[in-house]
Write a protein that binds this ligand. Structure first.
Ligand SMILES: [Mg+2]
Length: 277
């Protein structure tokens, strides 16, 4: 293979099943990607600790992107050159693109007051509450609460106007507001796309002819999906496709199934079509 394939994927509702968080449907295709030595990069709104748990389960040792592009974690020595702007943290070199968590919490509180919109964020929730809301175990919810660059939240009343109002107010305060598989998110001027672009520039230093591909299910994946040569959209748990993604990228490849089932289907077809296998 002359060209090198690199894959970026969202986790919740894409690589992981929306309800069960299982990725057992991907077993065979992961073996194939592994054989082809394709770097599989997790790019999620999940925290470092949560992504580490998924990496461990599927023996993934590639760099990853946490909290909607807030942090890029590169295993020490992964690239044969020093990482500009990176800071050594444990076994990683970390590039922080996101805003500080405390700053996000303060802004979210203020925005909630200013817009008269009642919201509830991870910071307001107990571990048990996060576990219940996300269908996680308490141990997993503990990892989900270890946030650094992004705060997930929901509105206490279902009201499209209020959703628009709070997102607009967040943007006016100089932050981003996006929607993931389960929650709204407030974050700094970082997104999945910026992190993907930066990481791709490192891979290009090693291999000039790269083919990049990304997979997602929600609006927060849009910047990532726009950044790669190929982009695939999987169905949400209810069988629908994200409307905003469809509007922004009308020619995106649609997976005919939700989450990991859709992931496995489009990926195996892609490998055959481009003769990567
Ligand atoms: Mg998702």
């Amino acid at each position: 293979m002359e060209e090198r394939l690199i894959v970026f994927t969202d986790l919740d509702g894409t690589f992981l099943d929306h309800h069960t968080y299982s990725f057992s449907a991907l077993e065979a295709i992961l073996v194939r990607l592994n054989k082809l030595e394709v770097p599989l990069i997790f790019c999620s709104s999940k925290t470092r600790a949560e992504i580490e748990a998924v990496r461990q389960k599927c023996s993934n040792s590639h760099p990853f992107i946490s909290e909607n592009g807030g942090g890029i974690f590169i295993p020490e020595g992964y690239f044969p050159f020093p990482i500009q702007g990176g800071m050594r943290q444990g076994e990683y070199v970390v590039i922080k693109l996101g805003a500080r968590y405390a700053e996000l919490i303060a802004t979210l509180r203020q925005t909630s007051v200013n817009t008269g919109t009642s919201i509830r964020g991870f910071n307001d929730m107990t571990i048990e509450e996060v576990a219940r809301e996300c269908n996680l175990s308490d141990a997993e919810a503990r990892l989900a609460k270890q946030r650094e660059f992004d705060e997930p939240f929901y509105l206490l009343t279902q009201d499209v106007e209020a959703e628009r109002r709070i997102c607009k107010a967040i943007e006016q305060s100089g932050y981003y507001c996006t929607r993931g598989t389960r929650f709204f998110h407030i974050l700094g001027k970082s997104d999945k796309g910026k992190a993907v672009r930066l990481l791709l520039s490192f891979f290009r230093k090693v291999k000039s002819s790269l083919v990049s591909l990304s997979l997602g299910d929600s609006q927060n994946d849009l910047p990532m999906l726009k950044e790669t040569d190929y982009a695939f959209l999987v169905q949400k748990g209810n069988g629908e496709y994200d409307r905003e993604v469809l509007e922004e990228i009308p020619n995106i490849t649609l997976a005919p199934a939700p989450g990991p089932q859709g992931w496995a289907y489009v990926m195996s077809h892609f490998l055959e079509k481009l003769a990567f296998s």
